[in-house]
Design a protein around this ligand. Structure first.
Ligand SMILES: CCOCCOc1ccc(-c2cn(C[C@@H]3NC[C@@H](O)[C@H]3O)nn2)cc1
Length: 447
């Protein structure tokens, strides 16, 4: 047996997001979001599921924080529903919305848990979507207005901020692949949106600095890893294009002030013409205090001409997979983190999402999710290797505290260390909850 030990200042946490857990979609003055619209569009979400009730955390947040207290976490990553603050996206502020997040943050602080706030985790006010959404540069200004209000309102209570969660999902998954809201299928649109998102990120970081807000700010790209099937250059290049689509496309502008040329050229071949206004790249490359990294899975792949957007195909290698079908690929986490360190230096990193889908149900009051424990052990071991190789890891935040609305999969896919009965809303701590609790208490685990 091996002891996997973590640095003494390691922070441990759990993550959720507003649309996925809150419910109360028509309460507290909340406006309509694009996910309310999308989830009620037939065929978009499994079983026609939606976030009207979700985990009802809007009403049950105190119970949720009690579970976090029992778990012993240092930090809780949650997101704010923009439509709770600005029901129409801009203009009149909804005080009931602010009041809810004050109740949540105050409960966290009273229990010694640090709040980490994601400003945008996909629930764009529908009123802004009706005016073009992220394709309209006015949405950038609306985001900065929303961020400014939140910075001023919660300054002194919230000291860790993330501007955007997974801009690749917001832009490409939602506007090119189209499986997430608003469900477009347009590469030019998606690529331009990715740029506007980065400008919105940069402008809100600028505002954070101008206001002199105490605390730290970053953003949370999602990542993946493709391991080349052979050492043929065409296989290596194909894998680098997919990895570059997730990592360099978003991190080069922030950390280097430029888009990666190999990706710009590839998109240009696909007919994409990115419109960059004067000053945009300087705005985007505002220094951040930390980086959130989300990682779930990786694959082995090889070049295949004219296959998909980036000319690659998966090579089936009979990996173990989680219940959502994603390969269990912990070495990808190590590779992603060492690649980020090589490319961008010693930026402080929180793993802001890592977790697995296992749909185990309660048996006599227990949930034996051994698959999730194995996934955590393998990925925390990879994380420990990355730390040993010099990656500046500040903390690990698992996705998710509880089962919740998993976007297009609805409630069919469970990522929580706490089981949620969606009929009764009863929470049941899974075996992985107790494993994670012990790991946090020890700051090590035995693998
Ligand atoms: C049909 C083709 O499909 C191509 C890829 O399609 C997807 C779908 C989903 C994801 C995905 C889902 N998650 C987990 C979430 N992260 C944020 C938090 O809200 C979690 O719920 N991360 N990535 C990626 C790619």
């Amino acid at each position: 047996m091996t002891i996997i030990q973590f640095p003494k200042d390691m922070k441990w946490g759990t993550a959720t997001a507003s649309y996925q857990i809150e419910g109360a979609a028509k309460e507290g003055g909340r406006g309509v979001s694009i996910w309310d619209t999308f989830s009620k569009t037939p065929g978009k979400v499994a079983n026609g599921d939606n976030g009207d009730v979700a985990c009802d955390s809007y009403h049950r947040y105190e119970e949720d924080v009690e579970m976090m207290k029992d778990l012993g976490i240092d930090v809780y990553r949650f997101s704010v529903a923009w439509p709770r603050i600005f029901p129409d996206g801009t203009g009149e502020v909804n005080q009931e919305g602010l009041d809810y997040y004050h109740r949540l943050v105050d409960k966290l602080l009273a229990n010694g848990i640090e709040p980490m706030c994601t400003l945008y985790h996909w629930d764009l006010p529908q009123a802004l979507q009706d005016k073009g959404g992220w394709n309209n540069r006015e949405t950038i200004d609306a985001f900065v207005e929303y961020a400014t209000l939140m910075f001023n309102e919660f300054s002194g209570k919230i000291n860790k901020w993330l501007t955007l969660n997974e801009p690749w999902c917001i832009s490409f998954l939602s506007n090119y692949i189209g499986v997430h809201a608003p469900g477009n299928h347009d590469l030019q649109l998606a690529t331009q949106i990715s740029h506007h998102l980065l400008v919105a990120h940069g402008k809100s970081v600028q505002k954070f600095r101008e206001l002199g807000i105490d605390g730290e700010i970053g953003f949370a790209p999602n990542t993946t890893w493709l391991e080349p099937f052979s050492n043929r250059q065409e296989d290596i290049d194909a894998c680098n294009r997919e990895i570059g689509w997730y990592i360099e496309w978003f991190m080069d502008p922030v950390f280097k002030g430029t888009y990666p040329t190999f990706m710009v050229d590839w998109f240009k071949k696909k007919g994409v013409e990115l419109v960059i206004e004067d000053g945009d790249m300087e705005t985007i490359s505002q220094p951040v205090d930390f980086l959130g990294i989300n990682y779930y899975t990786g694959h082995i792949a090889r070049y295949k001409e004219n296959e998909g957007l980036l000319d690659w195909e998966l090579v089936e290698m009979n990996y173990d997979r989680t219940d959502i079908g994603w390969p269990i690929f912990p070495e990808g986490l190590y590779n992603v983190l060492t690649r980020i360190k090589e490319s961008y230096g010693d930026v402080p990193i929180f793993i802001t999402e890592n977790g697995s889908c296992y749909n185990d149900e309660p048996e006599k009051g227990r949930v034996h999710d051994t698959g999730r424990i194995n996934y955590l052990e393998q990925h925390l071991t990879a994380l420990s290797r990355a730390i040993a190789s010099g990656v500046n890891i500040k903390g690990y935040i698992t996705w998710s505290l509880m089962d919740n609305f998993e976007w297009a999969e609805g409630y069919t896919m469970r990522f929580g260390i706490v089981h949620v009965n969606y009929r009764t809303l009863e929470r049941t701590k899974k075996d992985s909850f107790y494993w994670y609790k012990q790991t946090i208490a020890n700051n090590w685990f035995e693998s």
